[in-house]
Design a protein. Structure first.
Length: 274
């Protein structure tokens, strides 16, 4: 996912947060060098004071959020005792009082921070906390998908065999499971396109022209190939176990297979799975 798409995902998450909570100002950014965050997106601001502001780990509310890797909030920013006050100037220029900061965490590493704020000194309730955490989770999912797409694209450029190829197959199954949950249609299409390239990169013969699987049949087979039971595949894909069984039976019939593992092998030979 290019940097521009990251910005779109961040902006969309902040807009959803503001609409869901009524917060007067929302803003945020992603880490640039592993330690310093720059505020790149704002909505509801009346001054440019916060835009481009660089936040260091441990400094201010956002820096505390970065350091602790957990949500942090203050009811009155100027007088808050448990944060440092390097950024009081920009915060006061925007008139912010109650502020929440929530980390964006991918694979246990903080990758960014989302903020929400009011210009009054009021407690931020549980609903605001839940919405802010949910917005951060949306950004985390988008970043995780981007990381996987980049990793798999790099794997495609290098010959892989043995255990390495099995890792690619495992990642392919995980991406197939993630794809239906991605709200951005462009990102979802790009993710599925990468999956398609992996599927046709197998060493089997060319796929018969009349042999096709539906996207859901492919999703189920990819989960089965990773060793998942029907119940596990259903949980991963957001389906009922009976629905998974139906897709699996349909795929087996198309592939001329009598067992789930015969279906996986046949799909790989036909270039329908990596």
């Amino acid at each position: 996912m290019p940097e521009q798409t990251e910005t779109v995902q961040l902006r969309a998450a902040l807009l959803r947060l503001r609409r869901a909570t009524g917060l007067q100002v929302v803003f945020g950014g992603l880490l640039q060098d592993g330690r310093r965050l720059r505020i790149a997106e704002l909505d509801g601001a009346v001054t440019p004071a916060l835009r481009g502001l660089a936040i260091s780990t441990g400094s201010g509310l956002g820096g505390k959020c970065l350091a602790l890797s957990r949500p942090c909030a203050v009811t009155d920013y100027p007088s808050a005792r448990h944060i440092t006050h390097e950024y009081d100037g920009p915060v006061s220029a925007e008139g912010l009082r109650s502020v929440i900061a929530v980390p964006v965490v991918v694979r246990r590493k903080v990758r960014g921070v989302l903020y929400g704020a009011l210009r009054e000194s009021l407690p931020l309730g549980e609903r605001v906390f839940d919405a802010a955490v949910g917005a951060a989770r949306d950004v985390e999912q988008a970043l995780a998908v981007r990381d996987e797409v980049r990793r798999l694209a790099a794997a495609e450029r290098e010959p892989v065999a043995g255990p390495s190829w099995e890792e690619v197959r495992q990642a392919h199954g995980e991406l197939r499971e993630l794809a239906p949950r991605i709200p951005d249609p462009e990102l979802r299409a790009r993710l599925l396109a990468v999956c398609g390239r992996l599927e046709t990169a197998s060493t089997g013969p060319e796929r018969p022209a009349d042999l096709t699987l539906t996207p859901r049949e492919t999703d189920v087979l990819a989960s089965v190939a990773s060793g998942a039971t029907n119940a596990t595949a259903a949980e991963r894909l957001g389906l009922r176990p009976e629905t998974v069984k139906g897709y699996l039976r349909s795929a087996m019939r198309k592939l001329g297979a009598h067992t789930r593992w015969e279906a996986v092998v046949a799909a790989r030979r036909a270039g329908l799975l990596p």
